[in-house]
Design a binder for this molecule. Structure first.
Ligand code: ATP
Ligand code: MG
Length: 138
């Protein structure tokens, strides 16, 4: 059993897509081990995306992530990191496979509805960035 970290991004929360995305998560065999709805501060978003700080889209991305509420999730499943990235689809929805969350819901490469950790190491960092041990119930 592996854990990954997911975010339902502001564009999806704003369009009332929380339920539809959670339905896909649960029907694909993930357990939701922790969940909270919150509004990220600029400091939180910049710290979370620090690996992208030299990228041209960093300011726009962090502003977008603070533009409205998000849902933070800890997901559990066998091979959860790659399974969740597969369910999300490619970063750019125009390149995402049919049936993926980003293909079906994302607006563009930035407002792409969900986040998923890209490795088990980053998942551990991202989970601990937002959740304390006592908030995660397997
Ligand atoms: P995430 O980390 O959100 O799961 P990802 O791993 O598929 O997405 P990254 O390369 O880590 O993609 O980029 C992080 C986020 O930055 C993307 O999800 C998207 O919101 C935004 N982003 C990535 N590339 C671009 C770009 N070229 N222009 C604008 N925004 C971008
Ligand atoms: Mg990423």
């Amino acid at each position: 059993m592996e854990r990954t970290f997911a975010i339902i991004k502001p564009d999806a929360v704003e369009r009332n897509l929380i339920g539809k995305i959670l339905e896909r998560i649960e029907s694909n065999g993930f357990k939701i081990a922790a969940m909270k709805r919150t509004h990220l501060s600029t400091t939180q978003a910049q710290g979370f995306y620090h690996v992208h700080k030299e990228r041209p889209f960093f300011n726009s991305l962090t502003e977008f992530m603070c533009s409205g509420p998000v849902v933070l999730l800890v997901l559990e499943k066998e091979d959860a990191v790659s399974a969740w990235r597969g369910l999300m689809g490619a970063t750019n929805p125009e390149e995402a496979d049919a049936g993926t969350i980003r293909k079906d819901f994302a607006l563009n490469i930035e407002k792409n509805s969900t986040h998923g950790s890209d490795s088990a190491e980053n998942a551990a960092f991202e989970i601990s960035y937002f959740f304390s041990q006592t908030e995660i119930l397997s």
